[in-house]
Write a protein that binds this ligand. Sequence first.
Ligand code: CUA
Length: 358
Amino acid sequence: MNELLRDLLALPPQASSFAREVDYLHYFVISVTMLGAAATGLTALMFVAKYRRRREELTVPVSAPRWLEITWIVGLLSLFCFWWVLGYRLYIEMQTPPADSIDVYVTAKQWMWKFAYPDGRRSIAVLTVPVNRPVRLTMTSRDVIHSFSVPAFRIKQDVVPGTYTTAWFEAVQTGSFQILCAEYCGVSHSNMWARVEVLSDEDYAAWLEGHEPTQKEDRVPITAAERPRDPHASQLQDRETTELEVPEPMDVRGRQVAVKYGCFGCHTVDGRRHIGPSFAGLFGREVEFSDGTKAVADAEYLTASMMDPREKIVAGFQPVMPSFQGQLSAADAAALVELIRSLADIERGGVFPGGGTQ
Ligand code: CUA
């Protein structure tokens, strides 16, 4: 049944853990609306025949009994609520990356997708992930609004300049799947492709050690070299490499970024409080703000506080941090988050000698 409906609606393969559920919701919505439309049409035809004007008799007004109208309203409302609950459940699932997700940072720009992995690797136009493991994407754009879409995974998320959005997926089959930009972003929007390479555990382990994945026959063509007739081929030259150089891990780079921007002037890495909260033992912890609200210090919160530090002030600290909006590149901000993440297990406590404005 699933396969029949999927073919009928020309849907791509169901290659992620929630693809099937998304499709079931889709089938349900389509079937209900189709059945509703057919029933309405048939009823209309029946009424045309039944109540047609016969000779010169006067049309008699018809009224439905009250119970029938109430049943109608209650029935439609319940259907709507059922529909809403199904969609909401799935939405929450799709918005909540599992805690053990692998992190990948995505930067969109006209007109390409760039990926950065926590171990410091980077690639353009090819996202490499293992099968059956959740992957969380933290995404931003360098220019205009793009939208990260993998039809086979049924995910689509806007990627917005100046802020970070997240999406997650768990691929359930190996292979190569197309990544598309789903938001019109300029003349080469339709060329803004990339692909996800989903590798088996062994291939992924080999890839982690620096080997290129074995070239698959069925993979989605992406680079200019693979698409020689593309009229925009010259614009796509820089997509040809997947840049498998292995520079320093991202948290190490985060340390360099922190030095460059003077973060350590206010934030310690050993858990002692100074002018600002310590980076140590911060990641994943609940933070309380001066207005009494709380939030978990995750990648999204941390990047938001780099860009807009006065929006939320951690209780007990002064609003003295300047904004790094427009100064920190997306990659630098991601590196800082990785630095903070790498310090998550350090004990907090103590006051920095000579510091600590209360
Ligand atoms: Cu990027 Cu459309």
